[in-house]
Design a protein around this ligand. Structure first.
Ligand code: SIN
Length: 304
């Protein structure tokens, strides 16, 4: 993301777009979503992508953290082919994939159930030793109202901390685990096989892994806050009670409204986000409507 100092500066830099964007983006038209992050890109057919357009997409992802494309028509094969250009695709260790496409999750909410998958702020699969680099989601059945996804810029979350706080957390690690998210009383209902998403009681649910609270993005070199309420349990070598005051502060801070953008889905919308510098949350506000999105995630590196 080109956000360095503040959301205001970011808005200023992009408010007179396209001049700045036109210099660096020749194939794509780039429309920022908010002053904090996110952009809608036009000019790319994800079924038919030349190298120049692909490299502009990568640049837009690094600049904006979240990129959305409208009116795409992705079959599972082409969805996976696009994602594979960024790296190896993961098979989710807990959620069962689509038949014939184990790397693809069908995020399906039926009309008469609540949204449960991805509701609450998180960074995808931060409970893995090598958490997901990015996620690419294709909108298929979209409710007429609700069901948007929120995103929060974790570079800004880090950059807006005071020098004292930055110093204090500079070499602190936090413990991440899928345990709370996948074994809470509501989560346990997931394993009865009756839901629209199938879950397995995998051993990984009980694992714990340590990641730095501040990570450096390997491509942009920028620092981002890396704790999230869904999977971060406590600071390393501390109890949950001891961790709570500071951790709860950071968890509130990292999703401040002025760090956010929102994607309103439509059939054919493809949204990609960079989990190394972005958190996201699906909204559970489309009761009475079906919602179906397909997601693949790309394997990432160990956070440093
Ligand atoms: C997720 O990928 O965590 C959920 C995204 C969504 O359903 O909006």
């Amino acid at each position: 993301m080109t956000v360095h100092k503040s959301t205001a500066q970011f808005a200023k830099d992009h408010s007179e777009a396209p001049p700045k964007a036109a210099d660096t983006f020749n194939r794509l038209t780039v429309k920022p979503l908010t002053g904090a992050m996110g952009a809608e890109l036009s000019g790319a057919d994800l079924n038919n992508l030349d190298d120049q357009t692909f490299s502009e997409i990568v640049k837009a992802l690094y600049d904006f953290g979240v990129i959305a494309f409208r009116d795409q028509n992705l079959a599972p094969e082409t969805h996976k082919a696009f994602a594979s250009r960024f790296g190896r695709l993961e098979v989710h260790p807990i959620v069962e994939g689509v038949e014939g496409h184990p790397e693809m999750i069908k995020m399906h909410k039926s009309a008469n159930t609540e949204s449960t998958f991805g509701v609450g702020w998180h960074s995808d699969n931060s409970f893995l030793e090598n958490p997901s680099l990015g996620s690419i989601v294709y909108g298929d059945v979209i409710p007429p109202v609700g069901g948007d996804t929120l995103f929060a810029n974790q570079y800004l979350a880090y950059e807006t901390l005071s020098p004292g706080m930055k110093k204090m957390i500079a070499s602190v690690n936090a413990v991440h685990s899928a345990r709370d998210a996948y074994t809470s009383p509501t989560a346990n209902e997931k394993y009865d096989g009756k839901g629209t998403i199938k879950y397995r009681h995998a051993e990984i649910i009980e694992h714990e892994v340590e990641h730095p609270v501040v990570r450096t993005h390997p491509a942009t070199g920028r620092k981002a806050l890396y704790v999230n309420p869904m999977f971060t349990l406590r600071f390393a070598d501390m109890t949950r009670e001891e961790s709570a005051p500071l951790l709860e502060y950071l968890l509130r801070h990292c999703v401040r409204e002025d760090f956010q953008c929102r994607v309103r889905w439509a059939k054919g919308t493809v949204t990609m986000w960079d989990n190394r510098c972005v958190q996201h949350a699906a909204l559970n506000d489309c009761e009475g409507y079906e919602r179906i999105l397909y997601r693949v995630t790309i394997a990432g590196e160990r956070p440093e």
